[in-house]
Write a protein that binds this ligand. Structure first.
Ligand SMILES: Nc1ncnc2c1ncn2[C@@H]1O[C@H](COP(=O)(O)OP(=O)(O)OP(=O)(O)O)[C@@H](O)[C@H]1O
Ligand SMILES: [Mg+2]
Length: 376
């Protein structure tokens, strides 16, 4: 299967807006293709904004941002060609970490946050060719949109998508569920946003990494939105006394509902965080994140060789899958097979019963012909 000049290798995931594929360029480079789900492509407003945003996003080049290489339309398909990140979404890492009951290491959380802030600072301060601020706001800084590579890189995904998606009314109410919990209060109230909205989302995300809790998530979307607007944020160090007080202060400042009291930009939050980080944590937390990733996903290491089309794991993965399918099919004997086997067994028993005497006579005759038995 192909989308334009890209060869699709396999489908990786289906998100709320799009399907994600692992694909290959004509020169053999592995990329990600994000194909907008057909139910959204009929929406002209969405498509217009999708292209408008993509035109801006294609100029973003930063190690902490998933790079957009290309975008377009092929037939009815609208797609983005993106940098391929060999790794997992932060949401999966958090899920694994909670499942295995391991706290997210504080230093690793700080490093992850610093990298996100670095990417945000770059995007927030982008200017056009007339030196006017482009006012880029991500609008959906949340664990599914932060990708962690097996090598410990932190990359923000989906710049511009959330803005285009604001024109889409989701028919499936579950699609956006949970996403509201990372919104800023001004976003939850439908006000105009600026970059400080992303700072608030960073505060929520950071709180979750350290506190292992979805801060504003309620039972329903309405509860969640109300929590974002009003819920008092519980003190982190009451429950986790090992968290430095300065770190909690940074999170609380990012989570200020008043825009003027909140960090005004990603750089000032990053500066404060860097100071605490230098004081308490190792300077090589990229390695620590890589180690943490590999600890949670020991097998993922083998996926690292991006260029090999048939990597060892893929080969063995296929073999194991093939064997398990075979084994599975053997486990399931159909009732028809059981009936046939029962009939065969019954016929054999009846045969033995009726011809027993004949069989014994024939056997005796054969044995008597053998020299050992005949000679005695
Ligand atoms: N550039 C990429 N490289 C590798 N994998 C990716 C890339 N982008 C996304 N993925 C994978 O696809 C999954 C789904 O991503 P996607 O952005 O479509 O959904 P989402 O973030 O969960 O929801 P939303 O539609 O709201 O963005 C991610 O969790 C990640 O595993
Ligand atoms: Mg996403």
């Amino acid at each position: 299967m192909r989308i334009g000049r890209y060869r699709i290798l396999n489908r990786v995931a289906v998100g709320g807006m799009a399907e994600i594929f692992r694909a290959e360029t004509s020169s053999g480079k592995i990329i990600a293709i994000k194909k907008i789900l057909p139910q959204h492509t009929a929406n002209d407003k969405f498509i217009k904004m999708f292209f408008d945003e993509a035109k801006i996003m294609i100029s973003l080049r930063h190690p902490n941002i998933v790079q957009l290489y290309d975008f377009g339309r092929v037939g009815d398909d609208y797609f983005l060609a993106l940098e391929w990140i060999e790794g997992k979404a932060l949401s999966s890492i958090i899920y694994q970490q909670k499942r295995q009951r391991i706290p997210f290491p504080v230093g690793v959380a700080c490093y992850t946050m610093l990298e996100i802030l670095c990417g945000l600072e770059y995007a927030h301060s982008r200017k056009d060719s007339y030196n006017r601020n482009l006012d880029i706001v991500h609008r959906d800084i949340s664990p599914p949109n932060v990708l962690i590579s097996v090598d410990g890189d932190v990359k923000i995904a989906d710049f511009g998508i959330a803005k285009a998606a604001s024109n889409v009314s989701f028919t499936n109410p579950g699609v956006l569920k949970g996403k509201y919990s990372y919104m800023s209060p001004e976003q939850a109230s439908g006000y105009e946003l600026d970059q400080r909205s992303d700072i608030y989302s960073c505060g929520t995300l950071f709180y979750e990494l350290l506190g292992s809790v979805r801060l504003f998530l309620g039972d329903t979307d309405v509860d969640t939105l109300n929590n974002v607007r009003r819920k008092r944020v519980p003190r982190l160090i009451k429950q986790f006394p090992y968290i430095p007080r300065q770190l909690e202060k940074i999170i609380m400042r990012a989570l200020q509902r008043s825009l003027s009291k909140r960090y005004q930009d990603a750089a000032s939050m990053a500066n404060d965080l860097e100071r605490v980080y230098d004081l308490y944590y190792s300077s090589d937390d990229r390695e620590a994140l890589k180690g943490f990733f590999q600890f949670l996903y020991p097998r993922a290491q083998i996926y690292r060789d991006k260029e090999k089309k048939k990597s060892v794991i893929e080969y063995w993965g296929t073999q194991v899958l093939h064997m398990s399918v075979q084994r599975q099919s053997r486990k399931h004997i159909s009732s028809r097979e059981v009936a046939i086997m029962s009939i065969v067994l019954l016929v054999a028993c009846l045969g033995l019963y009726f011809f027993y005497d004949d069989v014994v006579t024939v056997l005796r005759h054969i044995l008597s012909k053998l020299p050992a038995f005949a000679g005695g």
